[in-house]
Ligand binder design. Structure first.
Ligand code: ADP
Ligand code: 5GP
Length: 230
């Protein structure tokens, strides 16, 4: 079991909101805060390092870890397996570090019962339109993939009740300070479940009523596609 006292912070956000940007700022500044490194069966990319970006393992090895009950959660994404290992959290927390687990909403849903002591944080975009602009600015996805990411974001925002604290990533420095406040200072976030649900509702409302979404809706439809296919 993960030690009860291990400070674990689960950070989720709809893709493109800025969670990696925020977490990386924190980790660069505070060496005692570390990312939990996930396992994956996908091939290593040229710029990646084993043990830093992921632990790259074979399908057989991954399956062994599942069978041994070692995985807190795992998912098939784009045909490859990805997951968070309980041993990794133990390794980091036993070394005296605070652990950031960057995980998607589905992953947190699965891992939550096994990590009752974790502090959960949901990072939200200020508006859906801002999220759209960030996805566009990142320049990694086609229009259709961005639309499907937005549909996924809606589904994730509908699960906002799974989180304790909410951070709106509007001005990056303000969002960063809030994350630092929770993780480094061990303080409660300024936005708890009640305010968080209000923010989620406002984003969902924007999804229903925004005029700029009309063309996309007509062009690609609204049937939800699993993130495996993104
Ligand atoms: P995620 O990890 O949540 O998918 P990223 O950290 O990759 O998101 O950020 C998505 C894009 O948005 C990046 O291009 C990043 O530079 C940009 N970004 C992050 N935070 C902000 C912000 N507060 N204002 C404007 N752009 C931002
Ligand atoms: P990539 O191959 O681009 O690094 O990541 C692809 C996807 O895998 C991303 O959407 C990322 O969130 C997801 N992913 C990475 N690590 C994990 C993990 O430990 N668990 C789960 N469920 N998904 C992960």
């Amino acid at each position: 079991m993960v030690p009860k006292a291990a400070p674990i912070f689960v950070v989720s956000a709809p893709s493109g909101t800025g969670k990696t940007t925020l977490n990386t700022m924190l980790i660069k500044r505070y060496p005692h805060v570390r990312f939990s490194v996930s396992l994956t069966t996908r091939p290593k990319r040229p710029n990646e390092k084993d043990g830093a970006d992921y632990y790259f393992v074979s399908k057989e090895e991954f399956q062994k870890r599942i069978d041994a009950g070692e995985m807190l959660e795992w998912a098939n994404v784009f045909g490859n397996l990805y997951g968070t290992s309980q041993h990794e959290l133990e390794r980091i927390s036993e070394a005296g570090s605070k652990v950031i687990v960057e995980i998607d909403v589905q992953g947190w849903q699965k891992a939550q019962p096994k990590l009752p002591q974790a502090t959960s944080i949901f990072v939200l975009p200020p508006t859906l339109q801002a999220l759209w602009t960030r996805l566009e600015g990142r320049g990694t996805d086609s229009l259709e993939v961005r639309w499907r990411r937005l549909l996924t974001a809606r589904k994730e925002i509908e699960s906002g009740h799974l989180y304790q604290f909410f951070i709106v990533n509007d001005i990056i420095d303000t969002a960063y300070q809030e994350l630092e406040h929770i993780v480094v200072n061990d303080k409660p976030g300024s936005k708890g479940p009640q305010e968080g649900m209000r923010l989620c509702e406002a984003l969902l409302q924007e999804f229903e009523s925004a005029v700029w979404l009309k063309d996309l809706r007509q062009k690609f439809g609204e049937s939800f596609t699993n993130r495996q296919d993104l």
